[in-house]
Design a protein around this ligand. Structure first.
Ligand SMILES: *Cc1c(COP(=O)(O)O)cnc(C)c1O
Length: 360
């Protein structure tokens, strides 16, 4: 068996010990004689898996008691619709900060369902930074403020948690949740698709402050109403059982690594290794302003885009995969989620330096 260094933006690398554990338990989950995939979500064994996953996540993130954690389907994209339906009427103003591709998708969906004000945008400079909060114009009557703390495609990351006073702050943490400690109490709602830094695709986490439940507008489809899922412990219908179980294994693994403080130190070092190598060369370039460079998604370009194809094929041959930048921005992108090791980043940097020496 040979596993590559996988820099995919998502679905992304999972910790190898987690995959091995899932393999061990695949046919017979702890003496039940069946796979988790074959189990009723109402069975004692699955209820236990579900409860332990939630407890571990709460412990890792320090989720306060007045927040509910929902294990849903539909991806982060479905939450783009659920957010206005749960928090605003069609006539109400809702505010969004536009920092890149995922912000734009959230805004487009918001516009279908409420009156969107773009409170700030970095589009005119090619999404190379996060507009400081002093530049935002949030209407006083906004039902919520939506942010994308880590833009997965552009590699742009907030270096602050916005202060929106009494207006609930809603954040799409799909690509940076669990990468370091986070003060959940600063947010009204946090949501994330699992396939970046949590587990396999098919699971979506929503962490919502309980005073924001029970406010869905009339006509909201049942499956998009957070309070329905909160009341049913995320089992209003069949939840994504296997993905929930796998996420639970990832949470256990994170606790074994020392929790999110330990992950912060590891992730900081991984990002520094790659950005320092980019900065030290005249061949590679980061398109993002230094203070907003993401630790999780690192886009970079080559001095000569004609070399992109060669770079990617040589990287692939060296066991370094999924480095192609998103089709909307081009160049390269290395995603350095929790399951990507320092060893993988060291191998990438060594390859980049060798490539530069031969083609630079
Ligand atoms: C991947 C991603 C999404 C979309 O997630 P889906 O689960 O595919 O809907 C939304 N926002 C961000 C920041 C992402 O990285």
């Amino acid at each position: 068996m040979s596993r590559v260094f996988n820099f995919s933006a998502g679905p992304a690398a999972l910790p190898e010990p987690v995959l091995k554990r899932a393999r061990e338990e695949l046919l017979d989950y702890r003496g039940t004689g069946m796979s988790v995939m074959e189990m009723s979500h109402r069975s004692a064994a699955f209820i236990d898996i579900a409860a332990r996953a939630e407890a571990d996540l709460r412990e890792l993130l320090g989720v306060p008691d007045n927040y509910r954690v929902l294990f849903l389907q539909g991806g982060a994209s479905q939450q783009f619709s659920a957010i206005p339906l749960n928090l605003a009427s069609a006539e109400q103003t809702v505010a969004y900060v536009n920092t890149g591709s995922w912000s734009k998708k959230a805004i487009a969906e918001g516009k279908r369902l409420a009156r969107v004000t773009v409170a700030a945008s970095s589009e005119s400079t090619g999404f190379d930074h996060v507009p400081p909060q002093a530049e935002w114009g949030v209407p006083a009557d906004a039902a919520y403020v939506h942010v994308t703390p880590n833009e997965t495609i552009g590699g742009v990351s907030y270096d602050f948690i916005p202060d929106t006073g009494d207006i609930p702050l809603v954040a799409d943490y799909s690509s940076s949740i669990l990468s370091r400690p986070l003060d959940i109490s600063r947010f009204g709602v946090i949501y994330a698709g699992a396939q970046k830094n949590i587990g396999p695709a098919g699971l979506t986490l929503v962490i919502v402050r309980d005073d924001l439940l029970g406010r869905a507008r009339p006509g909201t489809p049942t499956m998009l109403d957070w309070s329905v899922h909160a009341e049913a412990d995320s089992m209003h219908n069949t939840p994504p059982t296997f993905a929930w179980y796998l996420a639970g294994l990832v949470f256990e693994w994170l606790r074994e690594q020392g929790g999110l403080e330990a992950m912060e130190a590891i992730n900081r070092q991984k990002a520094a290794t790659l950005y320092d190598a980019i900065e030290a060369s005249n061949f590679y370039r980061s398109p993002v302003q230094p203070r907003n460079r993401s630790w999780m998604n690192v886009p970079f370009t080559l001095a000569d885009p004609e070399l992109d194809k060669t770079f990617l094929s040589e990287a692939d041959a060296a066991g370094l995969t999924n480095l192609k930048g998103h089709r909307s921005v081009g160049g390269m992108r290395a995603s350095l989620y929790n399951a990507v090791s320092q060893q993988a980043v060291d191998a990438l940097v060594a390859f980049m330096q060798d490539f530069e020496s031969r083609h630079g």
